[in-house]
Design a protein around this ligand. Sequence first.
Ligand SMILES: [Zn+2]
Length: 298
Amino acid sequence: MSETQTDQAQSLLAATSWMERTVPKVHVPEENKDQPTFSEPTVECPECHALVTQTAMSFNTYVCPQCDEHLAMKARERLHWFFDQVNQELGQEFTAKDPLGFVDSKPYPKRMEEAQQKTGETEALISMHGVLQDVAMYAVAFNFEFMGGSMGTVVGDRFVQAAEQALKNRQPLICFAASGGARMQEGMLSLMQMARTSAAIERLRQAGVPYIVVLTNPVYGGVTASLAMLGDVHLAEPKAMIGFAGKRVIEQTVREKLEEPFQRAEYLLEHGVVDQIVHRHALRDTIYRIVTKLMKLP
Ligand SMILES: [Zn+2]
């Protein structure tokens, strides 16, 4: 082979080699080799992106062990965690109807069916009677996963039933709120639940039966405008978003940029809407203390 031919062959090799070159192996630093691999489902913290196993999250009541972010907690799980002993679940006899024959992108009954399949619940509010330490009480919790925790007639029915029982037995009522507001698929009937629930709470107030609201992330619309703002005491979980209209709607109306922490629990505490921000781990004790004080129990 002549010198020119060798040069040509080498330049050809050089030209093709970089194209054919395989991707080099990724170098894994020693300290990363021991990273745990999860054999069970994990939850990613939306704040710090830590991967935590479902069991660990559940044990820590869905508070991120790394950054203390309060993740959403399902209504049923929350009530079972809240009570030391559950005596009874109430309101399962109420089931949703479709009084308006409402259809948006899909019919209301179809939407309901999907929500029921997704959550395994029949409605957006769960109501239970149980015991916290040594005090019997009623508690209701909104399931935000169920159509945005929206308040329709069944949510109203279940809430009013719990309030009436609380009144009859002179036992406190606790509400864990998380809702996008009234349920548009039930139109006016859903708005009427605001008045119904407010009236039931007023009867509790007149009788001196404590009604305590725990605002969890998020609480908006018709629920904020009624049962979530009528408590004797308003507790909130850290960083919960609480408002009537959403931030963007208000920004468009007032033509002003609203900075963080607008509508957060911390902001509302400063402005007198919320009485206390309570870490989820301290909620049970705090509620017990308030209830025993309000009821003048020893
Ligand atoms: Zn986190």
